[in-house]
Design a protein around this ligand. Sequence first.
Ligand code: GDD
Length: 398
Amino acid sequence: MRLEIPTNAERFGANTFYQVQKIYELEGGYGIDTEFDSPFHVIQQIPYDRLHEIEKDLAIIIPVKNERLRLLEGVLCGIPHACLPIVLSNSQNEPTDRFRMECSMVDTFCRHAKKKYLIAHQRSPEVARLFSDGGYLHLLDEDGLVRHGKAEGMLAGIALANLVGKKYVGFIDADNYFPGAVFEYVRIFSAGLSQSKSPYSMVRIQWHSKPKIVDAELFFAKWGRVTRITNQYLNLFLSQYTGYETEILRTGNAGEHALSMPLALALDYSTGFSVETHQFVSLMEKFGGVLPSPFPEIMKTGVEIFQIESRNPHLHEATKGQDHIREMIEYSLSVLWHSRICPALVQKDIARELRRLKIVRKNESPLQLRRYPELSTLNFSAAAAALDWSRHGNYTPA
Ligand code: GDD
């Protein structure tokens, strides 16, 4: 890949938030291009072999809930061979057993492609045992099963990826229409992660555009309603601490993102669709230097957050409706409002926005959402005994 070197960044404690990087070539060539020997470049080349090194250690978690099988198959097709796909499903078991259909499709596909994979149902007793045996009970409901929700599926996926020894995790939604876009997202993950000088890094994708039909014409919208609002308040939050107005954060709701495993295990998480915005809250709370950090070694090493703009348009299932959009806005703004370090002015503006959108009433506080502490508190050796890997795909950890 050939992409811009991020020259601008905002620093907040140990966090470095880089500006969005533009991609020049999706495929940057094999081996080092000596044209880039001079230090005076604004573009960098990340050769294919370097991306491959990262991808060997990268698990791609695909959260899925009742999506069309053809879309899920397309997503599998877009994931480079060296990565390990981990499908985490919360699809229905009855009246039609959609999870069984997913297992069958994924297994056939991977058998033909000779591709390694893992698949698990988020609500299975086996996945629940992983967390009960590992002493991480926060994720379990009154039935002793992993709670419903996208974040909850992602956490189960991170735990599985760590158990099989992966060094990086990336997330890609199962309802993507373009395998080529999925392929690009994974390449962006590996390119982004390869730039980091710290073992604690994250890459977030800013979609190039989301095509829509407007008056019988294709229109390539850049910003969704949720993203626009989340980013506005995230930047306001950051600027209250730095003292400088900023627009650097563009990926507040990035469903497609990747983390190095040490960072994935050190962050707190928040339920359902608040998860992506909350990652910023967790970064600012834990490594912003405002509160004492539970990870002094990370404070010394630093955390790098890259934002990269994809080139493919993002086309996904868009039948979720206005209530879903409102819920996503509510969730994103609520986690900012409830942050222990949210400045009073930001709280006031968020409350006003939520009232304007008729999401909260006067004098009502935003929703307090369920939070999950860092996964590093899970006892992974105790959890490892819970799983019979042969029931979850064709990948057996060494
Ligand atoms: N395992 C699991 N468990 N997966 C789920 C669950 C769940 O409870 N709920 C939804 N999913 C899966 C869906 O099947 C899909 O693959 C993915 O999670 C995203 O869910 P969507 O319902 O398609 O979300 P969206 O398209 O509105 O929003 C996406 O993009 C946003 C950015 O615009 C999500 O990725 C958001 O998290 C993201 O902020």
